[in-house]
Design a protein around this ligand. Structure first.
Ligand code: OGA
Ligand code: NI
Length: 352
């Protein structure tokens, strides 16, 4: 797959379409992919009965949640982390809300291209004529960082210089990530530092998702079904508006965020490394007629040029290796070129 440097069609910002009475055909999903939207009022505080597991960070970090982590990663591929001690989350969400509220011409200064995806974007993949998702985003590398010119210079909270709120937040998330990697190694029954060693000099990136109001949410999706290509994702969800759905036992389960929690999910690289013991589970985002929605995803990824392959201890125990080794640098091209594709990217590495 060769890199592509231009979008195949003129880019339309979804935000500019939010006020219309109907959505353009480009966003209308085939019937089988449309969501069944439950009539839940915005801001409803009723707790869902079927929800992803909740894990306390302090207990996890002290090694007391091995069984809960194994169950969450094996059965759901997702859990919510509470009591993580990260205090800047609210400010970060607010700063990015302000970014998406800026005049369009200001945001356009950061328009991205498929060369690196860094900046203000509205699609993934470069397939001409693809059905698009109802969302805009801002993508940045954190480790190693995108050049300062890629960062928005307004609103002022996002300025890089003296560690803007985003960098402070991401540094705090990075610490939590290391503890979660140890817990995942323990839950896989491998040595505590296994994941850290397998991932090498870890990389990180951030994607702020902005889902504008949608006049016909029943026809489209904010984000199509996909699993995250990297290692681990830490998602700061919108504090008011639900929308993330996780595929579980064949059903789409709407995540009910715990106030102050972070939603953690397993990416494809851990599915590969664990030989399928832990799953990078498909998820998607529904659109909403009543309210816009923002989320901040922090992606923890392996070093670009290290081969990720099923752990030999796991293969010895439950063999044979079901995935071919691949470097993350190669793997991430699947999504960048072909767009979100359910589990098709990880399935393309199957040995059987
Ligand atoms: C993602 C993602 C979910 C959301 O950015 O990969 O799945 O709720 N986001 O925005
Ligand atoms: Ni995702």
């Amino acid at each position: 797959m060769e890199a592509v440097y231009e979008w195949p069609e003129p880019v339309v910002r979804v935000q500019t379409l939010a006020g219309a009475a109907t959505i353009p055909d480009r966003y209308v999903k085939p019937l089988s992919e449309r969501p069944k939207l439950a009539a839940v009022p915005v801001g409803s505080t009723a707790r869902a009965s079927n929800n992803i597991p909740v894990i306390d960070f302090a207990s996890l970090a002290s090694g007391r949640e091995t069984a809960a982590v194994a169950a969450a990663c094996g059965e759901w591929g997702f859990f919510q982390l509470v009591n993580h001690g990260i205090e800047t989350a609210e400010e970060v969400r607010q700063a990015w809300r302000e970014f998406f509220a800026l005049p369009m011409e200001e945001k356009q200064r950061y328009a991205n291209s498929p060369a690196t995806f860094e900046g203000y974007g509205s699609r993934l993949g470069v397939v001409k004529g693809a059905v698009l998702d109802w969302g805009d985003y801002f993508f940045l590398h954190l480790l190693p960082p995108s050049p300062p010119t890629k960062w928005p210079s307004s609103p002022s909270q996002l300025r890089t210089g003296n560690r803007g709120k985003t960098e402070e937040y991401c540094a705090a998330v990075a610490k939590v990530v290391e503890a979660v990697k140890r817990a995942i190694s323990a839950a896989l029954g491998v040595e505590e530092g296994y994941m850290a060693a397998a991932f090498g000099q870890a990389a990180a990136a951030m994607r702020v998702n902005y889902y504008p109001k949608c006049p016909q949410p029943e026809l489209t999706l904010g984000l199509s079904p996909h699993s995250d290509p990297g290692g681990l994702t830490f998602l700061l969800p919108d504090e008011h508006v639900k929308g993330l759905q996780v595929r579980h036992a064949g059903e789409w389960v709407t995540v009910d965020p715990v106030p102050g929690g972070l939603i953690v999910n397993i990416g494809d690289q851990i599915q590969l490394l664990s030989n399928g013991t832990f799953k990078s589970v498909e998820h998607r985002v529904t659109a909403n007629a009543a309210a816009d929605r923002i989320s901040v995803a922090y992606f923890h990824n392996p070093q670009d040029d290290l081969l990720i392959s099923p752990a030999s201890e796991i293969v010895k125990r439950s063999g044979p290796a079901v995935y071919k080794p691949i470097m993350y640098r190669e793997y991430k091209k699947h999504m960048r070129m072909l767009g979100l594709g359910g589990k098709s990217h990880v399935d393309s590495l199957r040995t059987t």
